[in-house]
Design a protein around this ligand. Structure first.
Ligand code: TYM
Length: 327
């Protein structure tokens, strides 16, 4: 069985891009693979956080992920900071990645441009992500298109480590969905929908109620000219709506374009499809929210299972480097 691992940050609401680009595929893949999903709270502190908030957000994200279809009896769901192995392995990989490679990461350039305080951790972040992946001998990493560069870097780091110290890590591959891999902001359709963009009207949160979803899609920015066609470069707004409708209903956006003459009906159908897609997730979340102790218990079981594998891989890496054993 192939080993799958992916991660998601706990800060900010889970949005439609996270769901269509990643989480929905995780829920599908868990049944046919040995799947690990990590709430990457250590990644979130690359940007300063209010004290005390992150733990609550991690618990809430776990509930959202379970509501969205992850079954902790089928996959391994855990919180990154519960395992010291991730931080420790990240150091070994920071020493394997080069300054030049990390400098080329688009996400670093993008995020550092929006921060007043640029932490060293924001720069070395992809090495921690590589640790998340490599500790589990991962074959496949299901992510949205924005993460492709980080997965390619992970491969390069693993290859270099194996070359220097002998066969240690499995080389992973990014798995990017054909639909929903890049959901764009509804108000700024040239930017991806993002927790950090701070664009509440352009972002559909998974817990938005039907009226909010309808309003956001009705007021989505559309493009010049009234024709409906799937053309990301010239008609990014309309193409995004077609892509969302297509991903929500398992249809090809180009085929869908032929069915519409005007923006109004396209928006109405896209809103209806998103409301229907999210209704069961929201209902299940309300149940889980009422029992935080049960989610905490599930995360503990997940961390124990994850640790049994991560500890072994980290020990292998340290042995291969040749550190002096404790004796
Ligand atoms: P994060 O938390 O930003 O996003 C989680 C997942 O959602 C996808 N995604 C999108 N997909 C389509 N359209 C969008 N607008 C959109 N926005 C986000 C992301 O591609 C991602 O799959 N660095 C990662 C987290 C991470 C990770 C890992 C991922 C840490 N360790 C190990 C894989 C493996 C991140 O910040 O994702």
């Amino acid at each position: 069985m192939r080993r799958v691992l992916s991660g998601i940050q706990p800060t900010g609401q889970l949005h439609l891009g996270n769901y269509l680009g990643a989480v929905r595929n995780w829920a599908r893949m868990q049944h046919s693979t040995d799947a690990f999903f990590c709430i990457v709270d250590l990644h979130s502190v690359t940007i300063p956080q209010e004290p005390g908030v992150i733990g609550r957000e991690s618990l809430r994200l776990a509930q959202m992920l379970i509501a969205a279809g992850l079954d902790p009896d089928v996959c391994t769901l855990f919180v990154q900071s519960h395992l010291h192995e991730h931080s420790e392995c990240a150091w070994l990989l920071e020493c394997t990645a080069s300054f030049g490679e990390l400098s080329r990461m688009a996400q670093f350039k993008d995020k550092s441009g929006r921060q007043e305080f640029i932490s060293a951790g924001l720069f070395t972040y992809p090495a921690l992500q590589a640790a998340d992946i490599l500790l589990y001998d991962t074959n496949d990493v299901p992510v949205g298109a924005d993460q492709r560069q980080h997965i390619e870097l992970t491969r390069d780091i693993a290859e270099r480590f194996n070359y220097r110290y002998g066969e240690t890590f499995v080389l992973p591959t990014a798995v990017i969905p054909s639909a929903g891999a890049r959901v764009m902001d509804l108000q700024r359709p040239n930017d991806k929908m993002s927790k950090s963009l701070n664009s509440p009207k352009g972002t559909i949160d998974l817990l938005d109620d039907p009226a909010q979803i309808q309003k956001k899609i009705r007021s989505a920015v559309t493009d010049n000219g009234a024709d409906v066609r799937f053309d990301i470069n010239n008609k990014p707004g309309v193409s995004n709506l077609l892509a969302i409708l297509g991903a929500a209903t398992d249809n090809n956006p180009e085929d869908l374009a032929d069915e519409y003459r005007q923006y109004g009906p396209l928006k109405a159908d896209a809103a209806e499809a998103v409301v229907a897609l999210l209704a069961p997730v929201q209902a299940r979340f309300a149940e889980l929210e009422a029992d935080p102790a049960e989610t905490t218990r599930l995360l503990r079981t997940g961390a124990d299972k994850a640790r049994s594998i991560a500890a072994e891989t980290l020990a292998r890496a340290k042995t291969n480097i040749g550190f002096l054993p404790e004796g």
